[in-house]
Design a protein around this ligand. Structure first.
Ligand code: B12
Ligand code: SF4
Ligand code: SF4
Length: 230
């Protein structure tokens, strides 16, 4: 049983790496106890045992040259989401073909999430619980190699897998570049609210207004660009 679990986990991780994932983490569903009502994995997949969250990086050129490259950043964002959506779909299918009911949670808010500014399942909280990084003050999860220039997707599964250690508490460098550069002021209220383990609730309305009203849907990404760790 132990060896089979390990083999299945390794097989799944290599499959995701082959599809382009730059990091894959696996957590036991017990770690999601703190998820609020409506956002717990078991509400979506009764019998869920494991959660797999994985990351795909954004291209450097599109991010580094913001805001001039806003059109290209928006295209990069869409392309990365398409890759992640396929990865999540294929990983869930891989597990179902092995006999384990699974659900893919794609990267995007294509199912009405934007109207309530919430997803069904938080990839960022899951990324921390799967050991992929910690929240920064920009309220994005920072990957050691690619900083905030990563996007996530997740799969919930009834398969029991081998689990990675969750990320230890580690604050970001607190350089405040993200707070200073944010054109909408959405990150101003971080003091006393920020936690490297659970993030904080930014002023979502300001951020969404800047993206969807001021920029007519073109993505902003300045808090992604700002976070270099230097
Ligand atoms: C809705 C949404 C938005 C909204 C609202 C943002 C927000 N901060 O909530 C808007 C449109 C404003 C937005 C903007 C952006 N987004 Co966005 N967004 C999402 C989406 C679809 C859902 C976020 C969500 O629902 N979170 C969970 C909710 C319930 O959180 P909440 O209301 O704050 O809840 C609190 C509690 O309920 C509790 N909680 C909730 N769930 C859980 C679970 C557990 C276990 C625990 C303990 C607690 C807990 O904690 C929260 C407070 O600490 C996710 C994709 C996804 N499904 O995860 C992407 C996502 C968060 N976005 C992402 C990105 C990159 C961006 C932008 C940079 C896009 C851009 N403009 O270029 C900006 C950055 C804004 C910022 N600095 O945070 C990435 C983050 C990647 C990363 N490295 O961290 C994600 C994960 C998309 C992806 N697939 O990668 N986004
Ligand atoms: S995406 Fe832009 S508006 Fe939203 S928090 Fe980041 S810098 Fe601010
Ligand atoms: S830009 Fe600086 S303050 Fe903001 S998340 Fe990154 S390291 Fe933290």
């Amino acid at each position: 049983m132990g060896i089979a679990m390990k083999d299945l986990t390794n097989e799944l991780k290599s499959y995701l790496a082959q599809l382009g994932a730059i990091a894959v983490g696996v957590a036991s569903v017990d770690r999601y106890e703190g998820a609020p009502a409506g956002h717990h994995p078991a509400e979506y997949l009764p019998g869920v045992k494991s959660v797999v969250t994985f990351a795909y990086n954004l291209g450097k050129g599109a991010v580094n040259n913001l805001p001039v490259s806003r059109n290209q950043y928006t295209q990069e964002f869409d392309a990365a989401n398409a890759v992640l959506g396929q990865m999540a779909h294929k990983a869930a299918r891989f597990l179902e073909n092995k006999g384990y009911e699974s659900i893919a949670f794609g990267p995007e808010a294509s199912v009405g999430d934007y109207s309530r500014l919430k997803g069904d399942f938080s990839h960022k909280h899951s990324a921390v619980l799967c050991g992929l990084g910690n929240f920064g003050i920009n309220n994005l999860v920072i990957n050691p190699e690619h900083r905030s220039r990563v996007r996530f997707a997740s799969v919930l599964t009834t398969a029991e897998l081998e689990y990675d250690e969750p990320a230890e508490s580690k604050d970001c460098e607190k350089c405040l570049q993200c707070v200073k550069i944010c054109p909408s002021g959405a990150l101003e209220n971080w003091k006393g609210n920020y936690s490297s383990q659970t993030g904080w609730v930014i002023n979502k309305e300001r951020c969404a207004h800047y993206i969807f009203v001021v920029n007519q849907g073109k993505r902003c990404g300045m808090c992604v660009k700002a976070c270099t760790g230097k």
